[in-house]
Design a binder for this molecule. Structure first.
Ligand code: ADP
Length: 371
């Protein structure tokens, strides 16, 4: 049975004054996969260890399935954890590694055997059950680590950067494998990664963290398309969203025009009412694939100066500036561009964001008038 995981005003302070989690309220839905993302050191692993009971909270409560487990031992919490380092017992075979926790919990021999064989078949480990970890590849070791957790039928399955020790091709295979395991698993999963492709593809919910605080929680596409602030906007997407600085020129209740270096025409952007005033510094957030690029400036909104070009086969990235702001464009690979070329840009009006001086998203491209 899957369980809901809840943090109620949980804080974690190391060594009396290192505040890592200042006080978090968070509910991780039952039977869904929630991914924690955020820059290194923002507290992702700490949150996982707090759920697992490997670290004690400094204050607040942790509830699993409505039950207060704040002071319960890890073994009483119905969780299983997979670590980045695999943490397999080197002197035990794959079978013994997978059996270990079940033996400790006094599961019968036949039941252990049946569980291991079932999970080994799912993970394509059947032929390796007698091998020691050192006789396995990195990908196989990681599968054993996952299998060892799966045989325990956890209510909550915690994964801490499980794929980061694998090479790029294996990561893709394992990512797809985890997605498949997930479909057949009745467990709440919490997954820590700094890989945004894993976050986008595996998550039902993404929690974006900064300095131990939740910046935004939502479905991956919700976070991608409607980031609440500049931090979240810049975190997902590769290359990341462009932020082009301007000054608000004319503003009315729900639109503004912008001026500044690189602006060629008085384009109106929709904003939430009463957010920007004339003279405010503002910034347009626009993803590289949402900018139309033209040779020459006739009819263009912004002027772009190219300083580097990367041809990646299926698309080309043009690096340059609009005014002083760095800007990356994603363009078709067949048009020829050159260094130091001046190009005209138009922003696709269903995809922009406007950020105010506090970095909050005050734009409203969803309501931009259709032209
Ligand atoms: P993340 O997983 O997001 O990279 P962590 O949760 O591992 O971040 O760490 C968050 C912060 O807590 C970091 O600044 C780290 O140095 C600090 N930290 C983690 N464990 C300890 C510890 N045992 N003692 C002191 N500081 C710690």
């Amino acid at each position: 049975m899957a369980a809901e995981v809840e943090f109620q005003q949980v804080s974690k302070i190391y060594n009396k004054d290192t505040v890592v989690i200042p006080g978090i309220d968070l509910k991780l839905p039952r039977n869904e996969l929630t991914v924690f993302v955020g820059p290194s050191g923002c507290g992702k692993s700490t949150l996982l260890k707090l759920i697992a009971g490997l670290e004690e909270v400094s204050d607040g409560k942790i509830l699993i399935d409505g039950k207060d487990v704040t002071h319960s031992s890890p073994s009483q919490r119905g969780i299983a954890m997979v670590f980045q380092s695999y943490a397999l017992y080197p002197h035990m075979s794959v079978y013994e590694n997978m059996a270990f926790a079940l033996k400790i919990s006094k599961t019968g021999k036949d039941e252990i055997d049946a569980k291991i064989k079932k999970v080994a078949a799912t993970l394509q480990l059947t032929e390796y059950l007698d091998r020691k970890p050192r006789q396995l590849s990195g990908g196989q070791r990681q599968r054993v680590a996952i299998g060892r957790a799966l045989v325990r039928n956890p209510e909550v399955f915690l994964l801490d950067e499980p794929l980061s020790n694998l090479d790029a091709a294996l990561r893709v295979d394992m990512r797809i494998e985890i997605a498949k395991i997930r479909e057949n698993l009745n467990a709440t999963m919490v997954y820590v990664t700094h890989d945004q492709v894993e976050a986008m593809t595996l998550a039902d919910n993404i929690v974006v963290l900064r300095k131990g605080r939740v910046e935004q929680m939502g479905h991956p596409l919700e976070i991608y398309n409607n980031p609440v602030n500049k931090f979240v906007a810049g975190f997902l997407g590769s290359p990341s969203m462009n932020f082009i600085n301007f000054t608000a020129d004319e503003t009315e209740n729900d639109f503004c025009t912008l001026k500044g270096p690189g602006v060629l025409s008085n384009v109106k952007f929709k904003i939430k009412p009463n957010t920007l005033k004339s003279g405010d510094t503002a910034c347009i957030g626009i993803r590289p694939e949402h900018i139309d690029v033209q040779k020459g400036l006739a009819g263009a909104e912004l002027e772009f100066k190219t300083y580097a070009i990367e041809n990646l086969g299926d698309h080309t990235l043009l690096y340059g500036h609009v005014g002083e702001s760095p800007c990356v464009l994603k363009v078709d690979p067949y048009t020829k561009y050159s260094m130091d070329e001046t190009l005209g840009l138009k922003i696709q009006k269903q995809h922009y964001h406007v950020f105010d001086t506090q970095d909050q998203n005050v734009g409203d491209s969803a309501n931009h008038p259709k032209s």
